[in-house]
Design a protein around this ligand. Structure first.
Ligand code: PRP
Length: 209
């Protein structure tokens, strides 16, 4: 039987996921000593770990080349949901928030506000729910710069400890939604490899406690 393939988001979530898989009883030595390798076996080789960027985890799971994935709810909210969300893994906790320069009366006035963000879909949905007209400018990193450079009135971004906002004279205007890491599955895999996926999800659920 070919191994069950799970795509992990590289970086912060990768470490927490590997810690959880180890706690669930899988030998993760190959991943911990991976070097530049991107596909690695864990346990007795019954599972294969694929290391990818967050949005690519979703792509691989949607196309079914990976059966499972671990990805942040932020990426799920931004990139759509043609897959099944199995479980909240309880780590990678942060939130989406609307932020602006400290002391700004963000909602004052009637002009359309400009929002800089790496997450245009999340920002659009949030302001649509408020019936507010906005202009979105897509930024690829350190979105906090945009209001400081007066490119935008505010930002929609991820806030974890709040340090980045604080150190740059910005503050949260409104919390949008809480985020954490999720275990996702390809919908066909969920039918074809139901037993294996359920067993793995069970072990991860127990290790979470
Ligand atoms: C995220 C986010 C903020 C920062 C918030 O960026 O975009 O800039 O973390 O964290 P804090 O509230 O603990 O300060 P990340 O570090 O992921 O880098 P990125 O800009 O490359 O996405």
């Amino acid at each position: 039987m070919k191994p069950l393939r799970i795509a992990l988001t590289k970086g912060r979530l990768e470490k927490d996921t590997i810690a959880l898989l180890e706690k669930a009883g899988f030998d993760c030595t190959a991943v911990k000593e991976k070097g530049r390798k991107l596909i690695l076996p864990i346990g007795n080789g019954e599972i294969e770990v694929v290391l990818a960027k967050a949005a690519d985890v979703i792509t691989y799971v949607e196309y079914g080349v990976c059966d499972l994935g671990v990805v942040g709810k932020d990426t799920i909210l931004e990139n759509g949901t043609s897959f099944f969300e199995i479980m909240d893994l309880g780590f990678g906790k942060c939130k989406f928030a609307l932020a602006a320069k400290k002391g700004t009366d963000f909602f004052a006035g009637h002009h359309a506000k400009t929002i800089a963000t790496k997450y245009p879909n999340v920002a659009r949905t949030f302001f649509e729910s408020k019936n507010m007209d906005i202009r979105i400018i897509k930024i690829e990193g350190s979105v906090e710069l945009a209001p400081l450079l007066e490119l935008s009135d505010g930002i929609v971004d991820i806030v974890e400890t709040g340090t980045t906002l604080k150190e740059n004279g910005l503050e949260v205007i409104e919390n949008i939604v809480n985020i954490s890491a999720r275990l996702i599955a390809n919908t066909a895999s969920l039918k074809l490899r139901k037993k294996e996926i359920e067993e793995l999800a069970d072990k991860m659920e127990k290790a979470k406690e």
